[in-house]
Design a protein around this ligand. Structure first.
Ligand code: 3BY
Ligand code: FES
Length: 419
């Protein structure tokens, strides 16, 4: 049987899902489930799509593709970030066809309908005298900026819990000044795997022995409860506990919030935020853990802040250090293709070659991303075999399970609404 064909109705697959186990094959390989993922997950929830640093000036834009949707993220003349469907109000042409750029107005290339960066239709040639331009502005998409991170929601009524989450996470994120940072570089990687395998892989460190560069500066005990730490990681764990105590003292001294908040599968906008130390010098993701950028993101009295880790369901994760920050998003392209976009942010005035060297800045996560791509592609190939049966999560994979719980709950809610 080809797992690309669901063996049961989608509703049955959702209902019979075995808690504590990986999903059945159709969730990872079927076109039908992929379409459902776009509609039930990506078109209904708050999705991280860009950083404010990518649109620093009025008129700067990026376009984002989510399944059949294309969305323009643009900074308007009041310097607010806006989002619009990239669909002309005349006869529907896609208006902006580049991934990014800068415009005075948003002009459709077909018959030249011209919109302001606030979405208003400014000009449509040769129309009847009673043509009312005000009725044909671009259709807006809900957008929120969270301390420099841009989220959109395609639903008419977005999950209502997001504003409360913003209030809770902004005190953690704001000190890192992301809204005023600049993009040092951005790298797109296409993983030949389902987007959920990408996310599942991100939510555990059970596999982190496969990341030699990362392990040099990162304690690979993420997700382990004390009793589950294997003997081989015991010395690392002891070192982590000492570094964690030191880091907490620093956070207290600097008034940086650090308590872990974990609400990954109990609400429509699942999230997790936490500060934790890094290994080595404890400053950054580099070969020895020392800062990669001399100019810190903010006026921190020390570079030794470890990392602020922020995860949002369904598609994003972030590392914020004193010297730079890294954002990651997973955008589904097909049942077995996912775009992983990684963006490195530094202080707006940091100068390449003076304050930072791009290779040093990106080395650890460039290598780690490539290693992760190999892991998830192996997983995709394995789950595509008729021999695959869902296997059990280890205790250290609790956040993988939380991700899958969240996902299945969202599908259930969507299917319920369709009834
Ligand atoms: O994204 C995270 O928080 C970490 C980094 C390494 C593995 N993963 C659980
Ligand atoms: Fe855009 Fe005609 S479709 S101007």
């Amino acid at each position: 049987m080809n797992p690309a064909t669901p063996t049961a109705a989608v509703g049955d697959l959702v209902t019979r899902r075995l808690v504590g186990h990986s999903l059945e094959a159709p969730f990872y390989v079927s076109e039908e489930l992929f379409g459902l993922d776009v509609e039930a997950v990506f078109a209904r929830h708050w999705i991280f799509v860009a950083t404010e640093a990518e649109v620093p000036e009025p008129g700067d834009y990026v376009t984002v593709t989510l399944g059949p949707y294309s969305v323009i993220i643009v900074r308007d003349d009041d310097e607010d970030v806006r989002a619009f469907h990239n669909v002309c109000r005349h006869r529907g042409a896609r208006i902006l066809n580049e991934e990014r750029g800068s415009v005075g107005n948003i002009v459709c290339g077909y018959h030249h309908w011209t919109y302001g960066v606030d979405g208003k239709l400014l000009h449509a040639e040769s129309q009847a005298p009673d043509f009312d331009r005000s009725c044909f502005g671009l259709r807006s998409v809900h957008v929120r900026t969270v301390a420099g991170l841009v989220y959109i929601c395609l639903a008419a009524e977005p999950p209502a819990d997001f504003d409360e989450i913003i209030t809770r996470v902004e005190p953690y994120l704001a000190p890192h000044n992301l809204a005023r940072a600049k993009v040092a570089t951005q790298i797109d990687l296409i993983e030949n795997a389902n987007w959920k395998l990408t996310l599942e892989n991100n939510r555990e460190c059970y596999h982190c022995t496969g990341h030699p560069e990362l392990q040099a500066c990162y304690f690979p005990i993420y997700g382990y409860q004390e009793q589950d730490v294997p003997a081989v990681l015991r010395p690392t764990y002891e070192r982590f506990l000492r570094a964690d105590a030191d880091a907490r003292a620093t956070y207290e001294e600097l008034g940086l919030p650090y308590a872990t908040i974990e609400e990954l599968d109990t609400r429509p906008t699942g999230f997790r935020i936490q500060r934790e130390p890094l290994d080595g010098a404890g400053e950054s993701y580099t070969a020895d853990g020392t800062a990669a950028c001399k100019r810190l993101l903010a006026d921190f009295p020390t570079a030794r802040l470890g990392r602020l880790s922020f995860h949002t369901q369904p598609n994003a994760w972030f590392h914020l250090m004193a010297d730079h920050a890294i954002t990651f998003s997973a955008i589904p392209l097909g049942p077995d293709r996912t775009l992983v976009r990684t963006t490195w942010l530094v202080h707006a005035d940091a100068v390449e070659g003076v304050d930072y060297d791009l290779d040093t800045l990106t080395k650890v996560w460039k290598a780690t991303n490539v290693q992760d791509a190999v892991f998830v592609e192996r997983a995709q190939r394995g789950v595509s075999s008729p021999a695959y049966v869902p296997g059990p999560y280890a205790p250290t994979e609790a956040q993988v399970e939380a991700f899958v719980n969240w996902y299945v709950t969202r599908l259930e809610a969507h299917l319920e609404q369709q009834r």
